[in-house]
Design a protein around this ligand. Structure first.
Ligand code: PGA
Length: 246
C-alpha cells in the first residue's frame, strides 16, 4: 500500500499563490512513491481542479457540509466537491473543532455525506496537552473514535482514513513541539486497533503535527504510520518536494 502525503494549506495562501504552488508541484514532484493529495481553500480548489486532471496529484477539500443540499448558508456540499474531482476531504480538524465548535455529531454527519458521494474522509483526531499530561490520551482518542464513527459503515478499507494529530503538536499552536516518531507509532497502533474494531476494516492512519523535512523520514519509517498530513511545511515547494521524495 502506497504511503500518503496530504498537504493541508489551511487558509494560508491567496488564489494566485495557490495556483503557482500547484504548478510548481506538478513540475517538481514527479518522482514521489507516495500518493500526494493537496487540500487548497475552496475558491482556489475550483481553479486548481482542472490542473490536476490526469496527474499524479489528487485533490482534497478541507471540510464539507452535514447535508447534500439545503438551507445551510455558507456551507459547501460534498456533491459539488465531487463534481470538481475532489477525492478526499479532511473532517474534524482540530482548528474547526476549536474555532467553529464542531462536535462529534457534526463530524459524524459530515462523514456520512462524504461517503455517500464516494469522497474519502480523512478523519482527524488528537488529544490536548492536558489529556496527554494526565495519561488520558488513549481513552480520549478511543471515545472520540466511537463518537465520530458511530453507525458508520464502509465497504472497503480505503474508504476512510484517520489522521492522528495531537493538538499540542500542530505548528500553529502556541506551545507546539513535535512528538517522537516512536510515540506517534505507538498511539497509532492503538488507534488502528480500535478503528478496526469499529469499522471491521484495516484502516490507514496518517500522522500530522509539526512534520518537516527533518523529521518526516522518521515518521514514514514507522510501521503504523501510513502517511503524513502536513500544514506549514507543505507551503514551501523545496521542503515539500524533499518530504515527497523520501
Ligand atoms: P502543521 O499542521 O504541519 O503545520 O503542524 C498540520 C495540520 O494542522 O494538519
Amino acid at each position: 500500500m502506497k504511503k500518503m502525503i496530504v498537504a493541508n494549506w489551511k487558509m494560508q495562501l491567496n488564489i494566485k499563490d495557490s495556483l503557482s504552488l500547484t504548478k510548481k508541484m506538478l513540475q517538481q514532484l514527479k518522482f514521489s512513491s507516495a500518493q500526494i493529495v493537496i487540500c487548497p481553500d475552496y475558491l482556489s480548489l475550483v481553479l486548481i481542479s482542472p490542473l490536476l486532471k490526469k496527474t499524479f496529484i489528487a485533490l482534497g477539500a478541507q471540510d464539507s457540509a452535514v447535508a447534500e443540499f439545503g438551507a445551510y448558508t455558507g456551507e459547501i456540499s460534498a456533491v459539488n466537491l465531487r463534481q470538481l474531482g475532489v477525492k478526499y476531504v479532511i473532517l474534524g480538524h482540530s482548528e474547526r473543532r476549536n474555532h467553529l465548535h464542531e462536535n462529534s455529531a457534526i463530524i459524524n454527519a459530515k462523514i456520512r455525506v462524504a461517503l455517500s458521494q464516494g469522497i474519502i474522509p480523512i478523519l482527524c483526531i488528537g488529544e490536548k496537552l492536558t489529556e496527554r499530561n494526565n495519561g488520558e490520551a488513549e481513552s480520549y482518542l478511543n471515545s472520540e473514535l466511537h463518537r465520530a464513527l458511530k453507525g458508520i459503515k464502509i465497504k472497503r478499507a480505503r474508504d476512510l482514513i484517520i489522521a492522528y494529530e495531537p493538538i499540542w503538536a500542530i505548528s500553529t499552536n502556541h506551545a507546539a513541539r513535535p512528538i517522537l516518531a516512536s510515540e506517534a507509532d505507538r498511539i497509532q497502533t492503538f488507534i488502528k486497533k480500535k478503528a478496526q474494531r469499529i469499522l471491521k476494516k484495516k484502516i490507514a492512519v496518517l500522522y500530522g503535527g509539526s512534520v518537516n523535512d527533518q523529521n518526516a523520514a522518521d515518521f514514514l519509517a514507522q510501521k503504523n504510520i501510513d502517511g503524513l498530513l502536513i500544514g506549514a511545511a507543505a507551503l514551501q515547494i523545496k521542503e515539500f518536494s524533499s518530504i515527497c521524495s523520501i
